[in-house]
Each structure stands twice: as structure tokens, then as C-alpha cells.
Design a protein around this ligand. Sequence first.
Ligand SMILES: *Cc1c(COP(=O)(O)O)cnc(C)c1O
Length: 499
Amino acid sequence: MLYQSTRNADIRVTSAEAICQGLANDGGLFVPERLPALGPDELRALQDASYEERAKAVLGCFLTDFSEAELQDIVTRAYGQGQFSHSDIAPVVKVAEKKAVLELWHGPTSAFKDMALQLLPHLVTTSLKKTKITDTVAILVATSGDTGKAALEGFKDVPNTAMIVFYPQGGVSEVQRLQMVTQEGGNVDVVAVEGNFDDAQRGVKEIFGNKEAAAKLAEAGIRLSSANSINWGRLVPQVVYYVSAYLDMVKQGSVEFGEEINVVVPTGNFGNILAAYYARLMGVPLGKLICASNNNNVLTEFLREGRYDRRRPFHKTISPSMDILVSSNLERLLYHVSGQDTAAVAAWMKSLQEEGLYDVHGAAWDGIRDVFWADWVDDAVTQDTIKTVYAQHGYVLDPHSAVAWKVAERYQEETGDNRVLLVVSTASPFKFNSSVLEALAPETLRGAADEFSLLEALAAKTGLAIPEGLASLRAKNVRHSLECPAADMESMVYKLLIK
Ligand SMILES: *Cc1c(COP(=O)(O)O)cnc(C)c1O
């Protein structure tokens, strides 16, 4: 099976090439040219399988140029070596009648990015071998917090790779900063940029677009790549947990095999919910896919009205990983709902680039409306939801997951659709401890000395254990103290990569 660009059907590559390249040469995203099926028999066969085995089967559907031995090696390295603190890797927890939570945060950094970023590095190194590329792949990341740490954990000490993470000085939480500056691994560097996230992001994009930089690095045997969710290698591991969650719900007796469930996803770049869409197209019995947003509600408007309009103010919220105005992975959805109309996708993306908006009509729009539903909630309602769900069910939600929970309730009230709901939970409450404490025990926030006392206060309030990766930070040494102005990021890359 080959992959093509969302903007040009003549650009066709193997999955290994798609993963090495990240983005197609015309700026489009790589998509599978046809979708594999996972019918009832194939699904049933995975009923008693482990997460690793399920991952191997789903990856095998999409990465047809990888051998069985290669896939086995990749899934074992990602999920079979104790990096996840829960033996189910992505457990489904029944929280209320007809409502279960899919916990995607038992990985090393306590947020859902680990699900894909523990696997991506091994996909990249295997893809390099398969395409006979001998260069070192250097991953550059600009991060506002979660992605940087998850990528560092995934790529540390992975052969033939190097990584530099740029974060805005003063622009990440103290836990996030400590997670990054204490990072171990001989092939990774972390640099504080004097500026905000946009400055860091712009700096990285400029280096990616700079042909001279590419030539200079190529001479030293280095090629640049990206670990963000435009890479197909980030998306395909996310399809796995929808397959796995459905089978677990059957096992738990929450649904009959074949019965449809609805899924609610707290959404930013549209990667996670797009993976649910792929699982649905393959045949997993998923009904409505419900897109939950915060105050940055550009996707709610789009999925209700068919108009994507990024010309709006940017809001900082207590669910920061969803603070985003341009959801890159929507381009892949447009490709599929338009009947693989690459010219239409190219035109929409051009309109977004030049005018800041685009409109979707006709069959493509019907294809979206049939499957998706959307709503958003503000910070006050998010806090209130954390409090209410804890009071009613004793379950602690982080702010992102609380947004999804509230939208799930609204969906049921407004539509009367009573199918079982799977609420996707993307972060441990400990990762966003001050917002959670604000909702559950505001008195503990006053007088808290530092982030570690907040972690302890949350553990004391809820009886939950602090995740190991966060608890151990206090004792770790700072290993990275590089700083640079945004204008010097390019020379920093040469200094760190060209030895
Ligand atoms: C990245 C992230 C999201 C958004 O996921 P997308 O795939 O970008 O839609 C939601 N919650 C958390 C905690 C995240 O880290």
C-alpha cells in the first residue's frame, strides 16, 4: 500500500518513505491511498490479545512494507519495556452508567503524546534502514510543554537520531521545565529560547525551510525531520488505542460485540480524533465522533457550520494543549470526505493560507456532518466539571479530559443519543495539578511553596499516587542550561549537531 500527498495524487511513496519525510514536497500530508479493513473476524481475533499484539496487527494493516519481525521489534520497544505504568498500556475505566474513560496518560511523561512518541522513534530508525538512508536524523522541536518532553523520552539514546528541543524561557510550567532540563540521554539537547512559543516555533520553521542549512547539515551526514503530528508515524500508533478500547469495553461487558459506541475527544491539532476516524473507517463500531474544544473554538464552528475561520483571537486557557487556531490534521479529513479530491484540498489550504478561512459544501460537508458533532466549554465550566465528576463519581479529571466529559454530557442532553460513550482522557491530573486543585481544594493553593507541594497536596486530597516520572523530578540533576536569543537558533543547531 502506498501513501500519497493530500494535495497531489502523483506524489506516491511507501510508508517508510512517508515516515522519513514527514511532510510531502508540495506541503501536503501523507495519507494511505486506500484504507485497510478490520472486519468483525479480524477484530474478534484480537479480543484476548495484549496491547502489544493489537498494536502489531493495526500497524501491519497500514505499514505493509514492514516485515512482521520489524513490527514485533517496534511494538516491543515502545510498549513492552516497562515505560508504561499500567499493564494494559491504555486502560478503559468505567466511571458512570454508559460512560467510560480511556486513560492515555500512563506513559513516562503523564500525557497522551507518549502513546505515539514512544513508538515513533523506532518507526523512524526502521524506516531509515529500509530506505537505505545512512544519515543521522536530527529532530527539531519547538514546544509549549508536552510535546517536547514526550519526544525527548521517546528519542533518547535511539541510534542514528539526535534531537534538539527549544522551549520559550519562562513560557512553560515549572514541572514541564524540570521535566526537560533534567532529561537524560546522550543524543538530546534542550535550549531555552529568549522569547515566546511563537518565536521558538518560527525559528524552527525557518530552519526547516532553509535550503542552505539543509545543505550544510547534509555535508555533515545529517538530515532534519519533525516529530509533530503531521508525520504519519505519529498518527498510526493512535489508531491502535481505539481498536484496543473497543475490545476492552466488550470484554468488560459494557457493550455487545458489534454494538456501536460514541467517542468524545479533547481536540487541538485534530490528530487524536482523526485516529478515531480511521478506526471507524476500518470497521471498528464507533458511532459519533464528538470533538471537544475550549475557548479556542474554531473546530466547533467548523464542524457545525462548514466554515473554518482562523481569523480570531487566541485564548490562553487551563487546557493549554488545546490552545490552537490551525488544526493541521484536518487536512487529512478533508482529503477523505472529499472522495480523495486533491485539487479541492489544495484549494482549501490555499484559501486558509491566503484569506485565513475556507468553506466546505456538498458531499464533503455531508461526510463530515454524518460522523462528527462538536461543542466547547470555557475555563469556569471546566473547573466546575472537575469538581462535580469528583463529587459524583470519585474520579479525578485533568482539565483537558474535563472539557471532553462536559461536551459528552451536552451531546447526550441535546441529541438524546443514548449509546455508550467513551471519553478520551489525555493527561494525568497531576500534570495540571494547580488547575485541578483549584477545583477540588482551592485552600491548598494558598501558601504552596512549589510545584512539588502541589503534587503532594493533590495526592493527599485524592488518595492517588503521584506518577513516578513527576515524583522523581525533585531528585534529578539539571543537565541542560543552554539559552539563546530566537535569532541565534540556527547557529545553535550547527553548534550542537556538527561535531
Ligand atoms: C496534544 C494534546 C491534546 C490535543 O491532541 P490533538 O491530537 O492535537 O488533537 C489534548 N490534550 C493533551 C493533554 C495533549 O497533550
